[in-house]
Ligand binder design. Structure first.
Ligand SMILES: [Zn+2]
Length: 458
């Protein structure tokens, strides 16, 4: 299988350090707010990477860290007037809740930065002894000038970084690209005792320490969003190399940006959508489909129309599964023939080519078409098997048993159309009455841009 490696700028044959085992570290959230839809991309993508490696017979260890110590958390604690630890706790919980809502399988380890402070201090001490770090007034910096390959991952040159530095750059640093390993504590900030006085480690040190601690010397894949290539990942590589002259990871994988209506998402553009806001309107499988229908390295444009199309595509899969009466055939025996195997091979070769999920999804469409033509239920089993690898169709019992028999379902749809009519006529009393009466019968309505969905409460 081939993986595009940011470190070499090319697709390379994937060879794990240990045969049959894949060790991955993906930079996790800084827990100071609800994560936005752009952050959902690496979560969903690397979830699929893990699932696929497992599908083809590997044992996978995935680490996704929690950065619970950072300037952003400190600022949020001042804003909300609550301790940093409470900020961290609140948004860590929110992170796990939102991941669950997005149907992302938890990583094998979720190390928190604050639990590894001693190891971080030890690494900084080691870097200082090896003359890759220097202390100025209680702050400790990494000296990039001493680091031979600095800039290899991001393709940046030290001279250019020097030239591009702003005039008001930190005067304590020997080189403008030198980065903070240890930060002296200001009044009221969280702090730990160290050889350089009270303070806290920098973000770039956190990830080196936690990844090595949990995955060993050199592990297989380090991943994250493309915005992390510089300086974060570049700085991780520099520290690892300086400390033991070992590679931190063999393959560096980065997913592309998410644009909102053509513009890069940012808070200032007022296009800051949290994942939880979007989940109020759209089904998690539609969001997953939206991301996976593009190659992970391409930028992706988020707009309402594409999400509506994604919802429709997912609905079509479910219509096929319903028409195939999946719940009744799921335990029946079946056999894949050559034609099924061909579809499966197409799926595997798409995924083996640097995780081309867009192509893999098109195979799911082909399988659906083949089923609709032949009514051969082995296609349905194949659709579920391969869909599961991409994280679809994980909750079939609930999804499919939710529908009443056809006539009752049509009656609910009829009532919804009356309710829409009343809403148009601004007859809120009747519109609400229909909603409430249905609710009493255990049927809840959910208004979405594509219309009203209904569900039977358990
Ligand atoms: Zn990181």
């Amino acid at each position: 299988m081939k993986i595009y490696n940011t470190l070499t700028n090319k697709k390379e044959e994937f060879v794990p350090v240990e045969n049959g085992k894949v060790k991955m570290y993906v930079c996790g959230p800084t827990v100071y707010n609800y994560f936005h839809i752009g952050n959902a991309r690496p979560l969903i993508f690397f979830d699929v990477v893990k699932k696929y490696f497992e599908y083809i017979g590997n044992e996978v260890i995935l680490v996704r860290n929690i950065t619970d110590l950072d300037d952003k958390l400190i600022n949020r604690s001042l804003e909300e007037n609550i301790p940093v630890s409470v900020v961290a706790e609140k948004y860590t919980k929110a992170f796990f809740d939102d991941c669950k809502a997005l149907d992302i399988t938890p990583a094998d380890h979720h190390p928190k930065a604050t639990e590894y402070i001693n190891d971080m201090i030890n690494l900084i001490k080691e870097l200082e002894e090896k003359e890759f770090a220097y202390e100025v007034n209680g702050d400790v910096y990494f000296s990039v000038s001493n680091s031979k390959d600095y800039g290899k991952l991001s393709g940046k040159k030290l001279e250019d970084l020097q030239a591009g530095a702003r005039v008001e750059a930190n005067k304590q640093k020997k080189h403008p690209a030198d980065f903070t390993l240890w930060k002296k504590a200001k009044q009221g900030e969280p702090k730990w005792t160290s050889p350089w006085g009270e303070g806290r480690p920098g973000w770039h040190t956190e990830c080196v320490v936690m990844s090595r601690k949990l995955l060993g010397g050199t592990f297989d894949i380090h991943g994250g969003g493309i915005d992390l290539v510089f300086p974060h990942h570049e700085n991780e590589i520099a520290q690892a190399k300086a400390s033991n002259n070992q590679k931190l990871a063999n393959y560096w994988m980065h997913n592309g940006y998410l644009n909102i209506e053509g513009e890069k998402m940012s808070k200032s553009l007022d296009n800051f959508f949290t994942a939880r806001d979007i989940l109020k309107k759209y089904d998690p499988e539609a969001i997953r489909f939206f991301f996976l229908s593009k190659h992970y390295r391409s930028p992706i444009d988020f707009n309402e129309n594409i999400i509506i199309e994604s919802s429709q595509a997912v609905k079509n899969f479910y219509n096929t599964l319903k028409s195939a009466d999946y719940l009744n055939i799921k335990d029946k025996e079946f056999e894949y023939s050559e034609v099924h195997q061909q579809h499966k091979n197409s799926f595997i070769s798409a995924m083996n080519d640097d995780f081309n999920t867009a192509k893999a999804i098109s195979v799911l469409f082909d399988i659906t078409k083949a089923y609709n033509k032949t009514k051969d239920s082995a296609f349905i089993h194949l659709l579920i098997e391969l869909g599961n690898v991409l994280g679809f169709f994980t909750n079939m019992e609930e999804k499919l048993s939710n529908s009443l028999n056809d006539v009752s379902g049509e009656l609910v749809e009829l009532l919804i159309s009356y309710r829409n009519r009343f809403k148009k006529e601004k007859n809120w009393e009747m519109a609400d009455k229909i909603r409430n009466d249905l609710k009493e019968m255990g049927i809840t309505l959910k208004d979405t841009p594509e219309g009203t969905d209904w569900n039977i409460e358990k």
